[in-house]
Design a protein around this ligand. Structure first.
Ligand code: ATP
Ligand code: MG
Length: 395
């Protein structure tokens, strides 16, 4: 009998036609995340199995809890047998060190060649527990532990300990999107949620040096690194937005500064998305949060692109977003005080209901196509992986 980690896929198994792609991607993602551990990964259409040594065990469990597509992580025992007598012996050994008062046995028999039916196996195994543990009884409704027995083609498994995974689809199975990543609280959470649906993320950050500092940029890199720890190496596009922002500031009525600025951001994001095979734009907008996120504003801004813009946080309250930011580990970095390019040029009275014809008219006052071309041509690309140098140290 050997200790083994079993991965349950959950929702993924409903994707019948794509199951091959889903499983291969999940296996590759797990292998990448566990590259530094000593592991052996195998899988079939129902389960993935990970063998590791005792000293890597905890680390492996921790890392598995950051991989999308994993719904349940099971700490189990594998037997090279499907014989009931062997199973009984193994069960004796497995329950020996644990203490409990009530239990139930759940049997899953995917090998239909076995003569005994699942309830019969449960009954036999229940008998083993009752005989070998003192003061225990069966409780089918509220047991302290559920002992699972699974009999597969050539092997069987016993387990009673499970850890909830983060769920979702394996990153990469749904293609790529570009995340507008600012230094705020919202956009990293939006990126996390898009990744959870299987979308691989590239990120784009607009900086305005010298109005924004190197520290603000490092902060965004740190946020990208936190997102990268969810199994997604991130290509971060850093776009210099200074010339565009100054041209807008000097030439366009200030109530329209933000609207036009965001239309420019969207245009650039869409162009970089197309050049990098990203099918959607993802951002952290939330309905009503600020003047640029009223429905009329969203409409005026969204119009300049023809890619779908996915806003995972559209209907979240700020407090719900903060809770998620804390859960995924981005909150502490997001609240570091460095300025963002949007906050520097904020007008006193931004328009809440921008008029689209006015946007178009004002945009003619600046050579925005040339400015966008320049910004894209000179943009910087940084490849971020979770194990890079930790910028937290220098922030
Ligand atoms: P906060 O958490 O303070 O709201 P935010 O980053 O969400 O921060 P908003 O002004 O609400 O700031 O911006 C809405 C969205 O636009 C962001 O979630 C982000 O996706 C995108 N965005 C804003 N500024 C930038 C930037 N400098 N670079 C890239 N994307 C940006
Ligand atoms: Mg926001």
């Amino acid at each position: 009998m050997k200790k083994i980690i079993i991965i349950k896929y959950g929702e993924m198994t409903t994707k019948k036609d794509n199951i091959g792609l889903f499983l291969r991607t999940l296996k590759d993602n797990i292998a990448k995340k566990l590259a530094k551990e000593e592991v052996l990964i195998s899988y079939d259409s129902g389960r993935m199995f990970i063998e590791t040594t005792e000293d890597h065990y905890q680390k492996v469990l921790e890392k598995l809890q950051k991989i999308f597509g994993i719904h349940e992580i099971v700490i189990g025992y594998e037997l090279n047998s499907i014989d009931i007598e062997d199973l009984k012996e193994a069960l004796k050994e497995v329950i020996e060190p644990i203490s409990f008062h009530t239990f139930k046995i759940e049997t899953k028999r995917s090998n239909k060649k076995i003569a005994l039916k699942s309830p019969e196996i449960s009954k036999i195994l229940g008998g083993v527990v009752l005989k070998n543990k003192e003061n225990v009884k069966v409780d089918v409704h509220h047991p302290e532990i559920v002992i699972h027995a699974e009999i597969r083609l050539e092997k069987s498994y016993l387990y009673f300990e499970t850890i909830k995974g983060i769920g979702g689809y394996p990153v990469g199975t749904l293609g790529k999107g570009i995340l507008m990543l600012s230094g705020g609280i919202d956009s990293p959470v939006a990126g996390y949620l898009a990744m959870k649906r299987g979308v691989k993320i590239e990120a784009i950050y607009f900086e305005s040096p010298p109005h924004t500092s190197e520290k603000a940029k490092n902060k965004v890199e740190s946020l990208a690194r936190i997102l990268a720890s969810y199994n997604n190496d991130i290509k971060l596009h850093i776009v210099k937005f200074t010339d565009i922002q100054e041209a807008i500031y000097k030439n366009i009525p200030h109530e329209y500064l933000i609207t036009i600025m965001r239309r420019m951001m969207y245009r650039i994001s869409a162009l970089i998305a197309k050049n990098n095979n990203c099918k959607i734009i993802v951002n952290g907008e939330s309905i009503g949060q600020v003047a640029s996120q009223t429905l009329t504003s969203m409409n005026a801004i969204n119009r300049v692109v023809n890619l779908p813009v996915i806003r995972p946080l559209a209907c979240f309250d700020k407090l719900e977003i903060i809770d998620l930011a804390k859960k995924i580990g981005s909150f502490e970095t997001s609240i570091l005080p460095y300025e963002d390019c949007c906050t520097i040029f904020v007008p006193d009275h931004p328009v809440i209901n921008p008029n689209i014809s006015k946007c178009e008219e004002y945009e003619q006052l600046i050579p925005y196509e040339d400015l966008i071309y320049q910004a894209i041509k000179t943009h910087e690309i940084i490849h971020i992986t979770e194990n890079d140098k930790n910028y937290q140290d220098i922030l």
